[in-house]
Design a protein around this ligand. Structure first.
Ligand SMILES: Cc1cc2nc3c(=O)[nH]c(=O)nc-3n(C[C@H](O)[C@H](O)[C@H](O)COP(=O)(O)OP(=O)(O)OC[C@H]3O[C@@H](n4cnc5c(N)ncnc54)[C@H](O)[C@@H]3O)c2cc1C
Length: 433
């Protein structure tokens, strides 16, 4: 490396890129972040609509998200559980008749007690689920199999499959159980069941997703001498005198190191002048992606739901959130649909009709919405299928690293996976200085 003073560029201001930026800035090597969009957050960002701060998709965090929670504490609030995140102990409510609520015991025993007392499934099924939960540490499907096969192997009954395991798989991996990786699912269960106290808690943002982490992270980085360039799409990366020349519409700059924290779809363009990296986009071209649709319905301010978060066993919408109860956005209800379905070819207005009809059927007191907004993220996450080979964060190009949810070796596409990948890429860059 020819530069004496390291200059690190991070391409992508999503959760991975901003986690890398915070890690570098705190280590005394303030980076320059390039983000193509006008605001930070990537696939977890604010969308403004009619004066309301919505998100491109309603996100759920878990108490097991140790690294992103730690980052939020460092950049935004030492005690984010209150001002920034609404927290409740695991409580799985699926309309019309299923509920699994964590029992009053510490650790995995609390969930076991909850499963034993779950409403809406026969005792035999609950006992089979308990056996599966107790064995989860010892399960490591090799070769990897689908979640559906894993559940069959562990004799999970039909009711619990439909009311609990399959929706849990879809919520956690954004991939249907018939296609999803059993190994990744087990990894998620291990983190939730065996992690420290609170790992199974459900956390919902009280602020929009850009304000939750990427924006305070940017302030943190700026205070430590870094630079944040938004609306700055990197169009080309070239090697020049042992460094990397990054070109945007406005300028070209040299950097000693690059952390490329973009989603897989953006890699071919960015790596086309780095022939050693050609196999990477070719390999990722075979990956499949899954959509997530969010429907926001603004009802009159007095409208509320019986629970801040409720699931539906039947019908189109899978989860419904009362943003008034969670975030003070009174009367705002969000409906989420993860994974594939006929909605992918349906006009957005018809999807808003579907969500409204479903809410009316379950909660007739809501009344008529004042406005509705559908946000379709067609490539929300990679399909988390068995045997997916994640690319390592080091690359054949010296001082060029990858970050992003898809580079995490074992997690599904999540905020936590993105954050951990960002931290690791920054540590690799620091180690190479
Ligand atoms: C609708 C939806 C719902 C979700 N729900 C959940 C959930 O409930 N819980 C959960 O944990 N996870 C959820 N996820 C997944 C989570 O949002 C992602 O895993 C995470 O945000 C990925 O972060 P990332 O930084 O790896 O990638 P991204 O967020 O994609 O960031 C990449 C960034 O790179 C930028 N970029 C691309 N090309 C360039 C370029 N040439 N120059 C400069 N910048 C560039 C992009 O604009 C983008 O900001 C959801 C995702 C979606 C879309």
């Amino acid at each position: 490396m020819s530069a004496t003073v390291p200059r690190i560029a991070i391409i992508g201001g999503g959760y991975a890129g901003m986690a890398a930026a915070v890690t570098l800035a705190e280590a005394g090597v303030p980076p320059t972040v390039f983000e193509a969009a006008p605001l930070l957050g990537g696939r977890a960002r604010r969308v403004e609509h009619r004066g309301a701060a919505l998100d491109n998709g309603l996100h759920i965090l878990s108490g097991a998200y140790a690294d992103i929670l730690d980052l939020i504490r460092r950049v935004a609030s030492p005690d984010p559980l209150g001002p920034l995140l609404w927290r409740r102990s695991f409580d799985w409510i699926l309309q019309p008749d299923f509920r699994l609520r964590r029992g009053p015991l510490p650790g995995a025993a609390g969930l076991a007690l909850g499963m034993l007392a779950a409403r809406g499934a026969r005792l035999g099924e609950r006992l089979a689920a308990l056996r599966f939960g107790a064995a989860v540490d010892r399960i490591a499907p090799d070769p990897d199999v689908t979640v559906a096969m894993l559940l069959a192997r562990h004799r999970q009954g039909a009711t619990l499959r439909h009311r609990f395991w399959e929706p849990l798989c879809l919520a956690a991996l954004n991939t249907p159980a018939e296609q999803a990786s059993g190994r990744t699912f087990v990894r998620v269960l291990q983190a939730t069941l065996r992690g420290p106290a609170g790992s199974s808690d459900i956390l919902l943002p009280r602020v929009d997703l850009s304000a939750l982490f990427p924006e305070p992270a940017a302030r943190h980085v700026l205070q430590r001498g870094g630079a944040i360039r938004t609306a700055a799409s990197v169009s080309e990366i070239r090697r020049q005198q042992g460094q990397f020349l990054l070109r945007t519409a406005k300028q070209a700059e040299l950097f000693s190191h690059v952390i490329c924290a973009v989603a897989p779809g953006a890699l071919p363009l960015l790596t086309r002048r780095l022939p050693e990296l050609a196999p990477l986009p070719e390999r990722l071209a075979h990956w499949r992606f899954q959509p997530i649709y969010s429907v926001y319905l603004q009802y009159p301010e007095h409208a509320t739901l019986p629970q801040p978060m409720t699931g539906f066993a039947e019908g189109w919408g899978q989860w419904v959130f009362d943003r008034g109860a969670i975030a003070g956005q009174r009367g705002l209800i969000g409906v989420v649909v993860s994974g594939p379905g006929d909605h992918q070819g349906t006009p957005l207005e018809s999807l808003a009709d579907r969500a409204e009809a479903q809410l009316r059927a379950h909660f007739p007191g809501l009344g008529k919405p004042l406005w509705r907004k559908v946000i379709a993220e067609k490539r929300a996450t990679f399909s988390c299928v068995p045997g997916l080979q994640r690319p390592p964060q080091t690359t054949p190009v010296e001082n060029f690293f990858l970050a992003g949810d898809y580079t995490h070796p074992e997690y599904p596409a999540t905020l936590e996976g993105a954050a951990q990948s960002g931290i690791r890429s920054a540590r690799l860059a620091l180690a190479s200085l």
